[in-house]
Design a protein around this ligand. Structure first.
Ligand code: ADP
Ligand code: NA
Length: 329
């Protein structure tokens, strides 16, 4: 039995990439492990977000996680700002991590773009808070999409430097659990960009609350090329959009890309998109309906999150109090 930690930003609505790259695995890992799943609202503040929208979306995404199969009675489900241990440990890590380490983070480079002078300092130290999220629980298993692997390496570097500087074996090593084929779902509009809540085009992603019409329309308009589906996955290497749709199909059906191509080689993308739509609608619309039902009772969601926060704090408080003692606070 391992202690698992993972988080999701409550900005916008969780999408198919979040589901296939993360949430689906969180649900499976609840079996036989201690799952701690966090709506990371402090991370959401690193870019501008309307205050009321953030509060609302935290609730909707909490409902969504439950609708996807996170069981709040078994796993710990809560929002980050409710457990102050995260921010306290993050400050210590701001002082452990080196500027040069953060400067190498490719996600910061992507998100900051050319105008580095204008981004928040929070965006720069985001990986330190992420390290604190995990290490405040002494969690050892972190199921994330492949986009987070560099941040997990950094978290391990921070843990090691802390242990070294203070002459203790206090923070454990973290094992990333990056799940192969479904680890990176790309934008429907551009096969070289990952599907993300921060993409300005809503056509680029399938939100988990999209209805059947929206799903069908987005898949129909997804970028592809005029070639039919080939026989082997390697033949998709120079066709990122086609490869992405095959990957999504495989992940939704729970089969490999080889199997998808065995079934559909020679088919054009017109008919393939129709099959993909059926699959996505069948898989996602029950999640959307259940989310809507749960989100209709915000007071109940708040109670659930508060109960989760109390359980989370009971684990994180003594660990972070000990970290504070170790550094001399
Ligand atoms: P976003 O980038 O959309 O804001 P988050 O940062 O909230 O998503 O990520 C939540 C989880 O979903 C993380 O584990 C992340 O690795 C995973 N994830 C995000 N986007 C994708 C994607 N396009 N494909 C696979 N996994 C993803
Ligand atoms: Na992200």
């Amino acid at each position: 039995m391992a202690r698992i930690f993972s988080g999701i930003q409550p900005t916008g609505i969780a999408h198919l990439g979040n589901y296939l790259g993360a949430i689906q695995n969180w649900v499976a890992l609840q079996e036989g492990n201690e799952g701690i799943y966090c709506l990371v609202d402090l991370h959401a503040l690193t870019v501008w977000v309307e205050p009321e929208a953030l509060r609302q979306q935290t609730r909707v995404n909490a409902a969504l996680l439950v609708a996807c199969g996170i069981d709040p009675a078994r796993s710990i489900l809560f929002h980050q700002s409710a457990v102050h241990a995260h921010a306290r440990l993050a400050w210590i890590f701001n002082c452990v991590a080196r500027f040069g380490w953060l400067n190498r983070m490719t996600q910061f480079k992507d998100k900051a773009g050319k105008d580095r002078e204008a981004v928040s300092t929070g965006l720069f130290v985001y990986p330190n808070l992420m390290a604190a999220d995990i290490l405040a629980y002494h969690a050892t298993e972190v199921p994330v999409g492949e986009d987070q692997s560099q941040h997990l390496e950094l978290a391990n570097d921070i843990a090691q430097k802390f242990n070294h500087d203070y002459g203790v074996e206090f923070f454990p090593a973290i094992t990333p659990r990056i799940i192969g084929g479904s680890a990176r779902i790309m934008s429907l509009r551009d096969g070289t960009r990952k599907m993300s809540k921060s993409d300005t085009s809503d056509q680029s992603r399938i939100n988990l609350t999209d209805d059947a019409d929206a799903i069908a329309q987005k898949i129909r308009r997804a970028r592809t090329d005029p070639e039919p589906l080939p026989e082997r996955p390697a033949q998709l290497d120079s066709r990122p959009e086609a490869r992405n749709l095959v990957g999504i199909y495989a992940a939704l059906a729970g089969i490999t890309a080889e199997e998808v191509l065995r079934q559909h080689a020679g088919s054009g993308f017109g008919p393939f998109k129709e099959r993909l739509t059926e699959l996505a609608v069948q898989k996602l619309t029950p999640i959307g309906a259940e989310t809507k039902r749960l989100a209709a009772d915000p007071a109940e969601i708040d109670r659930m999150l508060q109960a989760g926060a109390a359980r989370a704090a009971a684990i994180a408080e003594p660990i972070v109090a000990e970290a504070e003692r170790l550094v001399g606070l």
